[in-house]
Design a protein around this ligand. Structure first.
Ligand code: 25A
Ligand code: L14
Length: 340
């Protein structure tokens, strides 16, 4: 039994991310005193296996947090807006995976490999935000480059898996694919267009400036995590018919001169990153390789020959693990080790 143990709640426990959070707590042997699983009333009565026990799902309400030390939320933005402050008032620290609190100046936005010190600001509201999945994997790979060379501008295109939208989208890709290869009618309910055998340049809602919310999350969250509002960021986020792992093409303009060899060497010793870059042997990061583990894979590292200080790379990570659940559990570990 570890010295300090904690009462933990998982809100949104039955979703794609919530499920993985539970697995991460098990895999990483989080120091638990007790655990409870919360979801909407639809899921009450279901049981979830945890360390060999079957634990019943309870309803997510304001009263569910009495005696809880750490609550990890992935129930979507609406429930987070309502219940995270109530949980904080009940005395627990919330680690929230939704977009609801990320840009609140009183809420730290944390990627443990990049800005672990920011956790300390949890005291302001009792809430710590987990960044957007596409942003997490990108800043893990960019952090050593920002530190050594300074980043002036980023031009990003993403190729994002359907699992980011949750279980219903995973089912939709599967069902549409099966229907199409059997020459049957397909249904679309989650996305406005067919995702099977298609690419949709549309993730989350469109904003007044013509960008999607997902694209603007990459702009704003990157600056907040790096504590550097001078970084120029422009993104195009695209949904592709992949179940797990987001892939991203990232063009980086640095402030100081940089070479591909320096970047490759630097990333080779960066915690949380694995360089997968041997094009001669057809070795580069793949969604299928990134899925089911926690490292951010980086490859296709090469000079941008069109500008003075430019690098191109391809960054891939499991969007449900490092992009969501693992990062949230790592934040909870920082809290448990250093703050509570
Ligand atoms: O607003 P955001 O922040 O942008 O987030 C929107 C969605 O994105 C996912 C997450 O979906 C969220 O709902 N998400 C958020 N951050 C993410 C990230 N970083 C992310 N995905 C990837 N990366 P999800 O499917 O992973 O999780 C949904 C969970 O939230 C619970 N939930 C939803 N509303 C709730 C709520 N819990 C409490 N109160 C609420 N008001 C949801 O639980 C799930 O656990 P559930 O009980 O509602 O669903 C259990 C089963 O029911 C099915 N189902 C879902 N919706 C409906 C439904 N059945 C019938 N009708 C429905 N309308 C689910 O398929 C599930 O099996
Ligand atoms: O974390 O892929 O803000 O549909 C919301 C949309 C996560 C991914 C977030 C998607 C996201 C998501």
């Amino acid at each position: 039994m570890p010295e300090k143990t904690f009462n933990v709640a998982v809100a949104g426990a039955t979703g794609a991310v919530g499920n993985q959070m539970i697995t991460c707590l098990e895999e990483r042997n989080f120091p638990l005193k007790s655990i409870k699983f919360l979801a909407s009333s639809r899921s009450v009565g279901r049981k979830i296996r945890f360390r060999g026990d079957m634990i019943p799902v309870e309803e997510l309400t304001g009263d569910a947090f009495q005696g809880v030390d750490i609550a990890i939320f992935s129930a979507g933005g609406g429930p987070s807006k309502t219940f995270a402050p109530q949980a904080a008032r009940a005395g627990c620290v919330v680690v929230d995976n939704s977009s609801a609190w990320r840009m609140d100046p009183k809420v730290p936005l944390v990627v443990p490999e990049v800005n672990p010190h920011a956790v300390a600001d949890y005291t302001q509201k009792g809430i710590i935000a987990n960044p957007n999945c596409s942003t997490i994997q990108m800043v893990v790979a960019l952090n050593p480059i920002q530190k050594r060379f300074g980043i002036k501008r980023l031009v990003i295109s993403t190729y994002q898996a359907v699992s980011g939208t949750g279980k219903k989208a995973i089912d939709e890709l599967f069902d549409q694919t099966r229907a199409m290869i059997n020459f049957l009618e397909y249904k679309k309910t989650v996305y406005p267009h067919r995702i099977a055998f298609n690419c949709l340049p549309h993730i989350d809602a469109f904003q007044d400036n013509g960008y999607t919310k997902e694209e603007m999350k990459m702009v704003n969250e990157t600056r907040k995590i790096f504590e550097d509002d001078a970084i120029g960021v422009t993104a195009t986020t695209v949904r592709v018919p992949v179940f797990y792992s987001h892939s991203e093409s990232v063009n980086i303009e640095t402030r100081k001169p940089v070479t591909a060899a320096e970047v490759r060497e630097l990333l080779g010793k960066t915690p949380g990153v694995r360089v997968v870059d041997d094009p001669e042997n057809n070795v580069y990061p793949l969604a299928t390789e990134a899925a089911g583990q926690d490292l951010t894979l980086v490859g296709r590292i090469r000079q941008d020959e069109s500008i003075a200080n430019g690098i191109n790379m391809w960054i891939v990570a499991d969007n449900i693990r490092k992009g969501a659940a693992t990062n949230a559990v790592q934040i909870a570990e920082l809290l448990a080790e250093d703050y509570l």
